[in-house]
Design a protein around this ligand. Structure first.
Ligand code: ADP
Ligand code: ADP
Ligand code: ZN
Length: 216
């Protein structure tokens, strides 16, 4: 099964991807996570990507398509995968279709997580993750059960992304509307688009996504 989670920054793609992954055994492919790892490791890709990411702009199609093309060749992707944050442009979607076609595969469903822009700013500026296991949290919406201790691994170290500030968020939302929203008619024309209410609470969103997946 090949599933795409599509939605603006802060829509809850990463949060839901983790949940769907554990329920359905699909691997999560997050281009954002892969790019952040490349930046941290100061690889060639990381050096090229850094500036774009800090400005809230998209990294070039060539870079992200290359990353995904390599990643889906790996053994753990052979039974399917869940894409989180890719594709983000029509050119990326067309490249993905071609990569899949070469393997006699296709996208099974694109789940659009619809969330209003005002909520996205709050979600992004309140977001943080466990520095050890990457579990996601939020200052008000999703706190660890014991203050400052990760529910999943017990770590007391947390990270905030350098691009999760108010100014960059505005730029990332504009980028989403200009460059990524055109994917909605693109996938609608393919008959694979399913839209869910991403404004609902986290558990309810999971139920809605599982409903979509169960019907495939
Ligand atoms: P994305 O991967 O789409 O950028 P995240 O999954 O990182 O988004 O979610 C952004 C922030 O919003 C996180 O801090 C997360 O805990 C919180 N969040 C996710 N889904 C919801 C929801 N349905 N309601 C409220 N807060 C949410
Ligand atoms: P969010 O869901 O909060 O927007 P991501 O972690 O998916 O964040 O992405 C962070 C940044 O990484 C983006 O703002 C962009 O610069 C870059 N990026 C991630 N995925 C892509 C992609 N498919 N195409 C281009 N740039 C990307
Ligand atoms: Zn943890």
């Amino acid at each position: 099964m090949i599933i795409i989670l599509l939605g603006p920054p802060g829509a809850g793609k990463g949060t839901q991807a983790t949940r769907i992954m554990s329920k359905n055994g699909l691997v999560q492919l997050s281009t954002g996570d892969m790019l952040r790892a490349a930046v941290a490791a100061e690889t060639e890709v990381g050096k090229k990507a850094k500036e774009f990411m800090e400005a809230g702009k998209l990294v070039t199609d060539e870079i992200v398509i290359g990353i995904i093309a390599d990643r889906i060749e790996e053994e753990d992707c052979k039974d399917g995968f869940l894409l989180d944050g890719f594709p983000r442009t029509v050119a990326q979607a067309e490249a993905l279709d071609q990569l899949l076609k070469d393997k006699d595969l296709k996208v099974d469903a694109v789940v659009e997580m619809k969330v209003e822009d005002e909520s996205l700013v709050d979600r992004i500026t309140g977001r943080y993750t466990c520095a050890n296991c990457n579990q996601g949290y939020h200052d008000t919406n999703l706190k660890p059960q014991k203050a400052d201790v990760c529910d999943s691994c017990g770590s007391t170290n947390f990270n905030r992304r350098s691009d999760d500030n108010r100014e960059t968020v505005v730029s990332r939302l504009a980028t989403y509307h200009a460059q990524t929203a055109p994917l909605l008619p693109f996938y609608s024309a393919q008959g694979v688009l399913r839209t869910i209410d991403g404004m609902a609470d986290i558990d309810d969103v999971t139920v809605q996504i599982n409903d979509v997946l169960d019907k495939l």
